[in-house]
Write a protein that binds this ligand. Structure first.
Ligand code: PRX
Length: 650
């Protein structure tokens, strides 16, 4: 596979306009929507808000006091009501809301009617355990329908949820529970991943040793059989036992538009993960309208987003967006290569999936595995493809287009973030001509720009910082409990302007090309990690004196973790220690953060003021000639390190 350079990306000449056939049936096909939204974006978003059912209409569309926006002020609604109850009142009562496939192959379908019943019962369970409006509930579960039921039940009673990805370690779970001061934890005995059991309950037990705010734990039995988990008397309760006697009806709580819907923790360039806050009205408007327009979902469609619910993509585009518009969403529990590398395509064929939304890292893996896997299956049901999470290289885009989309499906490359809540830069598949590798244009009513260091917009072709100059409905309302950090991270580089942390360029046609992070955040297989957090995990090991972590280019994962480590006297820099350190990081944060490379070194390249020069470490790890080393305190350090690295690689 070739590696794409930024220069090659910008010379991309291929353009794919939507087919006439696609345009004819598209949910939006009139380009005047862009002008309409630019002319009066508040009026545009107010019109979009009609997509929801409100108990009380808002009196003011937007109040903007940077960095804080309030949307649809005075409006009252309930997210669960919008995702479930209102559909049950129509013919959709017996429509599939969720189609689920477990990794071992079980199948379940929950109609909107089923979801309505289960969510009400579970909401009553939560209430019976003392959960009240405003209490935080932590969810640490595998990809089973119950994770959606749990989220919606929280939304129903106004208890903000904080979902923690099941791949995170006990310690990561502890940090998130403590930051949110969550009162209740919902977990499962385990989940399936590549034929192995992910020991969720065991991790939860470890996590709870240092998380005193949790009063009760609800445990869903996913594995069962011989797989036993200890249940702590008075604290741990089985999901199925609680549900057996739960009353059938629970009225949704009318929430203020600006009431907190959920927290979701994500990595930043400094400190511990931050609790991104999303509120009810603006968030739900944003995810509902983007789901409808970007994915062009019709009532008959089967839509599959392959993300885990533990990430924002799962929140916005498995749960809240699709269910708000009454769509049928497919959920799959396990890995794409289990039992074989054609699992995704077997699922597409079996359920006749029409819309598939996945990540470039998955596409690059499929590409490497070869066309024979998709070729074993009938993929003719597919009508639209999407990608998210990291820049997609044109080779991967073309492969997706040809081998999965059969050359006929538009591809929507969607740029957004946990903080943005909703897709912000994306094609509209019935309007936008796509270019491989470009996320194309802002969604109507969204105002990105690319600025240089001084805050001036960059001319076409020149890289700069991607920013948003006006608010949008689903934007985060801040970091839980840390307003200063919110101000400092996102709003201090350019006052009143949202700084994304991404680099980007625009071409002559005004298309956006994302160039990756410009801060110390790295993106490994579409997962956002903080280099600082991995460094802290490393120095926590008794053998480590100092560590510097970088993201190094990786053919499939986009980036991989490379750690440069100085060890303390008395320890041996050998293979055993290297493995131990990798394992230590996995145990502290989660397997996704496990370094690919650990390079032992006697010194790290630092500036005269003591700052580690990561740029040089990246040059070393990626085998490039060393850049400018004149600002280094001791240029010999880096040369020695380069030689050593090259030696260790062999
Ligand atoms: O660097 C961008 C990258 O993912 C970051 C956001 O990560 P997270 O909050 O975990 O959310 C991921 C799913 C929305 C961004 O700052 N990113 C996301 N989508 C794209 C992307 N980079 C390039 N192209 C994309 N389509």
């Amino acid at each position: 596979m070739e590696t794409t350079t930024i220069e090659a990306l910008l010379q991309e000449q291929r353009v794919f306009p939507p087919s006439e056939e696609f345009v004819r049936q598209a949910n939006v096909s009139d380009p005047s929507i862009y002008e309409e939204a630019s002319r009066d974006y508040e009026a545009f978003w107010a019109k979009c808000a009609e997509i929801l059912d409100w108990y009380e209409r808002w009196h003011t569309v937007l109040e903007w006091n940077p960095p804080y926006a309030k949307w649809f002020i005075g409006g009252k609604l309930n997210a669960c009501y919008n995702c479930v109850d209102r559909h049950v009142k129509t013919w959709r009562r017996n429509k599939a809301a969720l189609i689920w496939e477990g990794e071992p192959g079980e199948e379940r379908v929950l109609t909107y009617g089923d979801l309505h019943r289960e969510v009400q019962k579970f909401a009553n369970v939560l209430k019976s355990l003392g959960v009240r409006k405003g209490d935080r509930v932590c969810i640490y579960m595998p990809m089973v329908p119950e994770v959606v039921i749990a989220m919606l039940a929280c939304a129903r009673i106004g208890a903000p949820h904080s979902v923690v990805f099941g791949g995170f370690s006990a310690e990561s779970l502890t940090d998130r529970i403590n930051d949110a001061q969550a009162k209740l934890l919902i977990t499962a005995d385990g989940g399936w991943r590549r034929g192995n059991i992910v020991p969720l309950k065991r991790n939860a037990d470890d996590a709870l040793r240092n998380a005193p705010s949790i009063e009760k734990v609800i445990v869903f039995q996913r594995i069962g059989g011989d797989y036993m988990v200890p249940m702590q008397e008075g604290r741990d309760l089985w999901w199925h036992e609680l549900m057996a006697n739960a009353p059938l009806t629970c009225e949704p709580e009318p929430m203020d538009s600006e009431d907190l819907l959920y927290l979701l923790y994500t990595s930043g360039s400094t400190g511990k993960p931050k609790g991104i806050m999303h509120t009810t009205g603006g968030y739900l408007v944003g995810v509902a309208i983007t789901t409808k327009w970007v994915f062009d979902i019709k009532d008959e469609d089967i839509y599959w987003c392959t993300a885990d619910v533990g990430w924002v993509t799962g929140h916005s585009y498995i749960v809240y967006g699709p269910l708000a518009i009454g769509a049928t969403a497919l959920m799959y529990e396990g890995a794409p290569d289990y039992p074989d590398r054609d699992r995704f395509w077997a699922i597409v064929e079996k359920y006749r999936v029409n819309i598939l939304y996945t990540a470039p890292t998955a596409i690059r893996a499929f590409m490497k595995w070869g066309e024979q896997y998709p070729q074993r299956h009938d993929l003719s049901s597919l009508r639209l493809l999407g990608t998210v999470g990291e820049p997609i290289n044109p080779e991967a885009w073309m492969w997706y287009h040809e081998h999965i989309g059969g050359g006929r499906c538009p591809i929507v490359d969607t740029w957004w973030q946990t903080e943005t809540g909703m897709i912000l830069i994306t094609p509209l598949p019935g309007i936008t001509a796509t270019k491989p590798g470009s996320a194309t244009k802002p969604f109507p009513g969204v105002f990105p720009d690319i600025l240089d260091e001084q805050g001036n917009p960059t001319p076409p072709g020149r890289g700069g910082y991607l920013v948003l100059t006006r608010p949008w409905p689903a934007m985060t309302r801040g970091l839980y409990g840390d307003p200063e950090r919110f101000q400092q991270i996102y709003w201090s580089k350019y006052p009143g302007i949202y700084f994304t942390g991404d680099g980007a360029k625009r071409d002559e046609d005004g298309y956006f090309w994302l160039l990756g992070r410009v801060d110390d955040v790295i993106n490994v297989a579409g997962h956002r990690l903080s280099t600082m957090e991995i460094e802290s995990a490393l120095v926590d090991h008794p053998a480590v004196a100092e560590a510097a972590v970088i993201g190094k280019h990786h053919e499939i994962k986009g980036q991989a973790v490379a750690a440069f480590v100085i060890i303390k006297e008395g320890y041996r820099a050998d293979e055993q220690l290297r493995e131990e350190l990798k394992q230590h990081v996995a145990a502290k944060i989660g397997a996704i953060a496990r370094p690919d490379d650990v390079i032992f070194t006697a010194d790290l390249p630092k500036t005269r003021s003591g700052k580690i020069m990561r740029r040089l470490l990246r040059d070393i790890a990626e085998g490039r000639a060393l850049g400018d080393t004149t600002t280094l305190a001791d240029p010999a350090v880096v040369q020695a390190l380069k030689e050593k690295y090259e030696g260790q690689e062999e």
